[in-house]
Ligand binder design. Structure first.
Ligand SMILES: NC(=O)c1ccc[n+]([C@@H]2O[C@H](COP(=O)([O-])OP(=O)(O)OC[C@H]3O[C@@H](n4cnc5c(N)ncnc54)[C@H](O)[C@@H]3O)[C@@H](O)[C@H]2O)c1
Length: 226
């Protein structure tokens, strides 16, 4: 039997991190090697040696540094944290020694990946668009990484996303986004709702299994391992 992929979860004490630890423990062929989080008194650098892949759901301030530590230690990185500079991280990963790779996905829910893809296609025919994203009130960044990525995809397809992106932060929400396209005498709304953090887990497990096989060292979007 193949050796299990050993996974270090960074941000393991957080809402997402705890859910990821459970998903890794439940997944065939994956082994939870360590839970890293300052809140658990378990710094990442002390846990990386036992890992093949690090999964990071931490904070916008710490994610890039965590990825650099992992990649420099020869550990692949799967990153869900949002709200930091991806282009800087791309150049850091691509210039790092060794061959460790990094996949960043602003959204691991398959429905959200489809919402982004459908939005890109809609923009080719109905270019005028607005994005409304709604999240729980503990979320640190606004607009969300998913909304920024959707706007980028719409612009690349020739669409015109109106500024600003509307960000709603209220208790009761988990993660939701509606993209509205307006045309003459008609509108088209594409909406995705995450009602439970378990929605992200199949995507995270897929990314852990696929990150080492990516053709590039750095990629953005779950579609790179689908
Ligand atoms: N990509 C996705 O599909 C997706 C889905 C949901 C949330 N997110 C993002 O994931 C991130 C985490 O969200 P959350 O709701 O779990 O937040 P959270 O505040 O519940 O958890 C963050 C955890 O990170 C820990 N932390 C702080 N500094 C750290 C460091 N230097 N190294 C490691 N861990 C550190 C904190 O102690 C905390 O336990 C956010 O950026 C959020 O936007 C992404």
């Amino acid at each position: 039997m193949a050796e299990p992929i050993r996974v270090v979860v960074s941000g393991a004490a957080g809402r997402m991190g705890e859910t990821v630890c459970g998903a890794v423990e439940a997944a065939d062929g994956l082994e939870l090697a360590a839970r890293a989080d300052p809140a658990l008194d378990a710094p990442l650098e002390e846990t990386l040696a036992g890992g093949d892949v690090m999964v990071d759901f931490s904070t916008p301030e710490s994610a890039a540094e965590n990825v650099k530590q992992a990649v420099n230690a020869g550990v692949h990185a799967v990153v869900g944290t949002t709200g930091f500079d991806l282009e800087q991280l791309r150049s850091d990963v691509e210039s790092a020694e060794g061959e460790a790779k990094c996949l960043v996905a602003p959204n691991f829910a398959v429905g959200a990946v489809l919402m982004m893809d459908f939005s890109r296609r809609a923009a080719e025919h109905m270019p005028e668009a607005e994005i409304i994203e709604l999240h729980h009130d503990q979320k640190k960044d606004a607009p969300s990484g998913t909304a920024k990525r959707t706007a980028e995809l719409i612009r690349d397809a020739g669409g015109n996303v109106h500024e600003p992106i509307h960000s709603v932060r209220l208790p009761g929400f988990v993660a939701h986004q509606e993209v509205i396209f307006g045309g003459e005498g008609q509108t088209l709304s594409i909406r995705h709702d995450t009602t439970d953090r378990s929605s992200f887990m199949p995507g995270v497990v897929l990314a852990v299994r696929g990150v080492a096989e990516m053709p590039e060292r750095f990629a953005v979007g779950l579609e790179n391992v689908l």
